[in-house]
Each structure stands twice: as C-alpha cells, then as structure tokens.
Design a protein around this ligand. Sequence first.
Ligand SMILES: Nc1ncnc2c1ncn2[C@@H]1O[C@H](COP(=O)(O)OP(=O)(O)OP(=O)(O)O)[C@@H](O)[C@H]1O
Ligand SMILES: [Mg+2]
Length: 320
Amino acid sequence: MSHHIVDFSKVSFSYPDGTMALRDITFRITHGEAVGIVGANGAGKSTILMQMNGFLLPSSGLITIGDHQLTKNTRQEIRKKVGVVFQDPDDQLFMPTVFEDIAFGPINLGLKPEVVEKRVQEAMEIAGCRLLRDKPPHHLSGGQKSAVAIASVLAMHPDILVMDEPASNLDPKSRRGLINMLRTFTHTKIVASHDLDLILDVCERCLVVREGRVVADGPVEQILTDKTLLEENNLELPLSLQKTGYNKPNKEDPMNDIEKLRHLLEHWAEHNIDHARNYAEWAERAKAQGKAELAEVLARITEETRNMDALFQKASALCR
Ligand SMILES: Nc1ncnc2c1ncn2[C@@H]1O[C@H](COP(=O)(O)OP(=O)(O)OP(=O)(O)O)[C@@H](O)[C@H]1O
Ligand SMILES: [Mg+2]
C-alpha cells in the first residue's frame, strides 16, 4: 500500500524573508510507521510538517506522498490523504461553529450529510469535544481549540496523520486520551513534540532535527535514551526515564492487536464502499459508451464488492 508513504528527497526550504529553515532533508516513512520528530525551538519541525500537505512547498528537492509527487497541482488531492494538525489551532479553525469546522473537510470530500454527521460525532467523541458542538471556535480555551483541531482532522479519516505539538495545550486526562487514540490509529502517523514521553509512548522511530537538518534517525528507545544527543539538541531524557530507567512499553499485547485489527477492518470496509461506488460509476460510463459486456462485468464486480461489506461488518463485530 504505497499510498501511505512519505518520502523527502534533498528537501530545502527558505521562508520569503530568506530564513533557510530546511537544508537537504532526506527521509522515508513507510506504511504504518509511527514516527516522532524532536528538536530545539526553531529547529525546523513545524516547517517539515507543513510541507507534508503542501501548505508550504520545497524551495528545492522532492516530496512524494504515496505515488504522487507533491506539487501545487497535486496538493488538493494529497490533502484528502494527509491530515495535518497545526501547532497553532487558530490556523486551523475558521468556521462560525465547532460543528461546521469539523464538518468542513468531510463536506468537501462530497460525503452525504448523514455520513458527515456520523464522522463529526465520532471525531468529537474521540477528541473529547462533543459538548462544544455549537460554540464559536474563537470563544474556546486553548485546550478546547486543540481538541477541535484534532477532531477536524480525524473526521477526514486520513491515511497519514501528522500532528504538531498536539498535546501542548491539553490537560493530563485529555493528553492521555490523545495518546490512547494515537496508539490505536494504525495508519502512518508523524508527531512533532517536545513531549518526549508522548513520543516514547506512541512512536517506534524518532528523527532529531537541528538547524534544518536531520541529525539522527533511529528506533525511539535508542534516540530518547541518548542523553548526549538529547542535550546537544536542548532536550532532556523523557520524564518517565529520568525516574525509572527504560522499560519497553508493552505495545504488542494481544488485546491491543485485536483493537488495531478492528480499526483496520473499519478502514478497509470504508474503502470497500468507496471502491464499490467507483465500480458502479464506471459500469454506468461503460454502458453509456456502448460497452455493454464490459458494463456487465463491472456491475458484477460492484455486486461482489458490496457483498464483502457484510463480511467486514462480521469480522469487525468479532473483534469486540
Ligand atoms: N513565517 C516565517 N517566516 C520566516 N521565518 C520563519 C517563519 N516560520 C518559521 N520561521 C523560521 O524557520 C525556522 C524553523 O522554524 P519552525 O517553526 O519550523 O521550528 P520548530 O522546530 O517547529 O520550533 P518550535 O519547537 O518552537 O515549534 C526558525 O528559524 C524560524 O524562526
Ligand atoms: Mg514548531
């Protein structure tokens, strides 16, 4: 499933005032990886993340998301797959109510009103902002705004979830909720944060960025226990390691796996419905072009695909 891959090749970026924020950045993140990005203030973390959905475009070098090179022309399409939660929620929220903000993306995907409603409800539930539904986002507290920004991205059902300091405004309970959500999100996720305990809990791999360059890239337990490397980058050992030393978090317990599988099945089921819709549409088009036999085969493919729905539902129910 190459569509979940994020590939930076020799990416450099300068802001319009001449600040050279990224210098020759190369890395590849593959399907299902959970990657933390850490580094001092001003190191370039947010600039990297803002390139991932084309909010900023490289001054030189190439970014590939899935099978597509990221350009002005492809970024609209790529934004359907890559959901970015910005560091400042004010950059993300612009509609008159929380509901409209969260519904904005799904409506733009062309989803039916009842599907939009379901996605918004579900995202508000996960992000813990259900009670804020009718409030104007600019009247919310910092943490509430962050929760809404997170919900607005989750409602898009992104294949690649990118978060910039998602927990910095959250109270401890909401932070824990976010960590649990991230741990069950089985697709590619990329999180920039100074909250190294969160990175340790959620990620398997970690990049260290300094002055616009990637200076380290490795397993999270190796990077976040390297006191010298961390200190060179204005960071400290995660708090959980300062007290107790490193105990590998149990990321592989069987319950967790089944939970992961249930989320995957729901995702596959959704793709399955999308695929069936595409096949049906192409069957109609083939018929309109006078290709009756082709249309018939496509109609059968549509039917078989729709039949799979029940199997996905059943498998998903068996995971509970
Ligand atoms: N809009 C801008 N115009 C000019 N320079 C900018 C702009 N935004 C960021 N920079 C500069 O680009 C560099 C990288 O900034 P960036 O925001 O990516 O850092 P960061 O690693 O996310 O820092 P923090 O930990 O504080 O969030 C910094 O030198 C910063 O001053
Ligand atoms: Mg930043």
